[in-house]
Design a protein around this ligand. Structure first.
Ligand SMILES: Nc1ncnc2c1ncn2[C@@H]1O[C@H](COP(=O)(O)OP(=O)(O)O)[C@@H](O)[C@H]1O
Ligand SMILES: [Mg+2]
Length: 374
């Protein structure tokens, strides 16, 4: 039996990955030429997937070593060190026993606790520094150790903006001052809090000022995505026309996560040939499944925010939400109330602003509102 070719969790292999050729090359060229890269996009557009895709391609390169760490749930230097240590140990697991033992030997000076996952055998390391200074020494120690490997070291730090929230307020300066001396180590700094991340790298007074290139990840081209969908159906002995594939892509605004989800469902419910009814059923099911969660929003959000969210959804996005026409059309209260609600919805990442338009982040939620009507 064929397995579902539309991945909705983490990266699997190039076979399930759509396009991003240009972006993959851009990222690779920056690193190869000793430049760091800031990778930005809306949430769920495909940053993590892109990093994993590039690193997967570099696996065969003898002279390059890649490390990926997601620092979303870290709050301190100690947490950061542990993420890095874990990434380092984990990536050496697949190497020869000799190399792995060398790495273990290196870590032994930090008195770590090393555990092995009983099922997968994957090692995990925990370092417990006794002071901030010791934590920093461990961090620079690990980076210097990697630097000394005589290889190109690529380190991707996902959700990088998180370091601005660390207890130690000068972590940003500390990290920058150390990594700027590394000659063989380059970084991908990735994140979806675009304003925060951009200001870290473009504000004159910030430590990371002008230390990186920028790559903004946009939507995958709709035609290209549709062709990918047709191909994946065909490979798994099913047929979908290009028009129907495009219909699904357009329904979810070509937003990667939602395209993957919708196609995953469509593939599952369709027979050998995808019909219009299959598409309608996919759409219905997706929205029905989320009914309970979405209905609850009314109780979770203050009225002004809920009404504005609903209005933006019904309108399919809006350029001027405080305009009289919009406020009147959706019976919102006053422009100033709208303005306040807008800012809060944005800060809660329920809506986003891009290309002069405010949009609902969750594409399925927008469709759900539209289905309910005004
Ligand atoms: N080019 C792609 N082709 C197919 N699926 C992708 C692609 N990029 C991302 N995905 C999938 O879409 C979802 C969201 O992508 P992710 O990389 O986690 O986004 P981000 O890191 O920007 O929040 C994941 O399930 C991921 O596997
Ligand atoms: Mg991510």
């Amino acid at each position: 039996m064929n397995t579902n070719p539309f991945i909705i969790s983490s990266y699997k292999s190039p076979n399930f990955f759509c396009d991003r050729q240009k972006e993959t090359a851009q990222l690779q060229h920056a690193l190869e030429n000793g430049r760091n890269m800031v990778l930005l996009s809306l949430r769920r557009m495909g940053k993590t997937g892109l990093i994993k895709h590039l690193f997967h391609q570099l696996k065969a390169e003898q002279n390059i070593h890649t490390f990926y760490l997601d620092i979303m749930n870290t709050h301190s230097t100690e947490d950061f060190v542990n993420k890095l240590a874990d990434a380092v140990l984990g990536s050496f697991t697949s190497k020869s026993k000799k190399i792995f033992n060398q790495v273990l030997q290196f870590f032994s000076k930090f008195n770590p606790v090393i555990t092995f996952d009983p099922l997968t055998g994957a090692p995990s390391i925990e370092i417990k520094p006794h002071s901030e200074q010791q934590a920093r020494n461990s961090l620079t120690g690990i980076l210097d150790y990697l630097e000394s490997q005589n290889k190109g070291i690529y380190i991707a730090i996902d959700e990088f903006q998180q370091i601005t929230r660390y207890q130690e307020s000068d972590f940003e300066a500390f990290l920058r001052s150390h990594i700027q001396h590394l000659k063989h180590t380059n970084f991908i700094f990735s994140g979806s809090q675009q304003q925060l991340l951009t200001s870290m790298f473009t504000s004159y007074s910030r430590p990371f000022y002008q230390s990186s290139d920028f790559l903004k990840l946009e939507r995958i081209d709709r035609e290209v995505y549709a062709e990918f969908i047709v191909k994946k159906f065909k490979e798994t002995k099913k047929n979908i026309s290009k028009d129907k594939a495009l219909e699904i892509v357009n329904w979810v605004d070509a937003y990667t996560f939602y395209v993957q989800n919708a196609c995953n469902k469509l593939w599952f419910i369709s027979g050998k040939n995808v019909t219009e009814e299959d598409i309608l059923q996919t759409q219905r099911q997706i929205l029905d499944e989320r009914d309970a969660i979405y209905l609850n929003l009314q109780h979770l959000l203050p009225k002004a925010q809920y009404q504005l969210l609903q209005a933006i959804a019904l309108n399919g996005g809006i350029d001027k939400p405080t305009s009289k026409a919009f406020v009147n059309r959706y019976h919102l209260s006053t422009p100033s109330t709208v303005n306040t609600a807008l800012k809060i919805l944005q800060s809660k990442e329920i809506i986003y602003y891009e290309n002069h338009t405010y949009k609902v982040y969750d594409v399925f939620l927008e469709k759900w509102f539209q289905k309910q009507g005004g």
